[in-house]
Design a binder for this molecule. Structure first.
Ligand code: FAD
Length: 278
């Protein structure tokens, strides 16, 4: 493992129900804050659909001890609406934002979305250096990207616009990440690119999700998981083992830190974190 302590962060989504919110605030958050992450992040629904719930969860989490980073995209909003939200985040003491283009919500058809580099530019123009800006990166390349090089170039564009660091889409091929870092360095990117890691808690869901995001689950993992059939305990244990090994290899090989997509669950993130001895 590298000499400096790796940066650890945990991602949540705004729950749709009161029970989900209660669980997140009173169970998941306290359990994971015990692991002393650098920050929690809270996603923003496609098209801005969770504007108020994202703000609500961010406010609730902000009252406590650990920093929180709302995700943000223009979605269907104009500059005034996004500007107002930035002002509100400033007012409640938020210092980090994950700036995204976002995905198209169903019903938005082929509407034009504002690229993340333009959002980064807008935030910098409006709020200067107030926020640490995180952007998204894709070791296995964004599904809509024209080609590999252009996707890396557009990531460079987000840094040129003022981003401070990036978090990757989830991946299970460690080589894809390190190759991507090399390509980023060759393109002149000198800011950290943190690994986004999705624990393999619910294989069927993650497999579906991976299909939509262009992330690849290696064949050997799929075949092993399929072999367990309905034995969800074995699937779970194997998932913990595989993701622990992935994280260990990343950290041993110089990855600056890990952002866990927790799916609002304490486990298996806590188990993997403990296995890593962080
Ligand atoms: P961009 O960087 O704007 O790139 C989008 C596509 O356009 C890419 O194919 C790129 O190659 C291309 N491109 C980029 N810039 C330009 C340009 N200037 N001109 C032409 N082409 C360009 N989605 C949500 O809806 N809510 C969330 O909270 C959320 N959180 C995420 C967190 C992380 C860490 C990651 C990795 C993804 C997250 N996503 C979220 C998903 C993300 O919004 C989608 O992957 C989306 O399709 C792309 O967003 P982006 O910010 O990477 O877009």
């Amino acid at each position: 493992m590298s000499e400096t302590k790796p940066r650890i962060s945990f991602e949540f989504f705004p729950p749709k129900t009161d029970a989900g919110t209660d669980k997140l605030l009173n169970e998941v958050r306290p359990a994971l804050s015990g692991l002393q992450p650098e920050f929690f992040s809270v996603t923003y629904g496609a098209g801005g659909s969770t504007r108020d719930t994202t703000l609500g969860v961010v406010s609730a989490i902000r009252e406590k001890d650990i920093a929180v980073a709302p995700h943000l995209s223009f979605g269907g909003s104009n500059e005034n609406a996004v500007g107002d939200l930035l002002d509100e985040y400033k007012r409640i003491g938020v210092r980090r934002i994950v700036a995204l283009r976002g995905d198209r919500p169903s019903g938005m058809g082929g509407a034009t979305l504002v690229y993340a580099n333009e959002l980064v530019e807008f935030i910098r123009e409006r709020t200067g250096d107030h926020f640490h800006l995180e952007v998204a990166a894709y070791p296995e390349i964004h599904p809509e990207a024209k080609d590999y090089d252009s996707d890396v170039r557009f990531l460079k564009g987000k840094f040129d616009a003022g981003a401070d660091s990036a978090i990757t889409q989830f991946f299970y091929n460690v080589e894809s990440y390190f190759y991507f870092l090399d390509q980023c360095a060759a393109a002149g990117i000198d800011k950290p690119v943190y690994a986004g890691i999705m624990p393999l808690a619910n294989f069927a869901n993650i497999r579906r999700f991976a299909g939509n995001t262009g992330a690849e689950i290696p064949r050997w993992i799929c075949r092993r998981m399929e072999g367990y059939g309905d034995d969800s305990d074995s699937q779970y244990q194997f998932g913990v083992e595989v993701v622990t090994q992935l994280c260990q290899t990343l950290l041993d090989s110089g990855c600056p830190g890990i952002h866990f997509y927790t799916m609002n669950q304490v486990e298996p993130t806590r188990q993997i974190h403990s296995n890593l001895g962080l």
